[in-house]
Design a protein around this ligand. Sequence first.
Ligand SMILES: [Fe+2]
Ligand SMILES: [Fe+2]
Length: 227
Amino acid sequence: MPFKISVAALKETLEAQKLLIDSALAEMTKENIEAAAVKSLLEKLDGDIDSFVSKIQEDYSDGLKEYDMVKYLNNMLEIEYSGIFDYNYYAARVSDESLADKLREFGAMELEHAHLLTRKIKKLGAIPVTPGAHERKKHTSIVAMLKEHAKGEQEAVKLCEEGVKMFTDPEFQWILGTIRVDEQSHQKEIKELIKKFENVEMVFSIQEKYNPPKDIDYDSDEPWIEG
Ligand SMILES: [Fe+2]
Ligand SMILES: [Fe+2]
């Protein structure tokens, strides 16, 4: 990780530590604890963190911005992972082939998005998040499942719109603009699918543990793990 991003990450961690120090000092006062050496050490740490934070803000403001961009991109990447897994998961469980194809197609586009985000995070010198445990709602109908996806797509569009206002980096703007257009088209198509399957009843069998299908093209240098 480049130094300017590392110090931004360190700044965030130290700020969290500072909150702990402040609360420890407050407790010392409240409980009338006489421990002059510990108290002066805590006060010194508190002051040192303040100086570090001010210095970083002064000298590495572009690093702070990049660090925030990485955090944003990783957040977006987690949403894409959910999309990839969920679309493929349900595609394997619906009996209607045209719907299964559509869900797989959406999943493939989310994979493309994940690759775009991953490449950008790596280009910034940072580490992309890896897919973690993922909670899946139990659906009783195709429409309920589609509605959850519609909600996910809407959240992704909203996040893209917020992102383009936050960071001016041209490549970032292009990536988020591209993803936004795709998610909007998914939203539109899911709306139509909801109409089509409105009266179709189907109960899903949900497994507690899901392994992503092997036929997804996981690039070897990309951060995929099978859960
Ligand atoms: Fe996506
Ligand atoms: Fe999507």
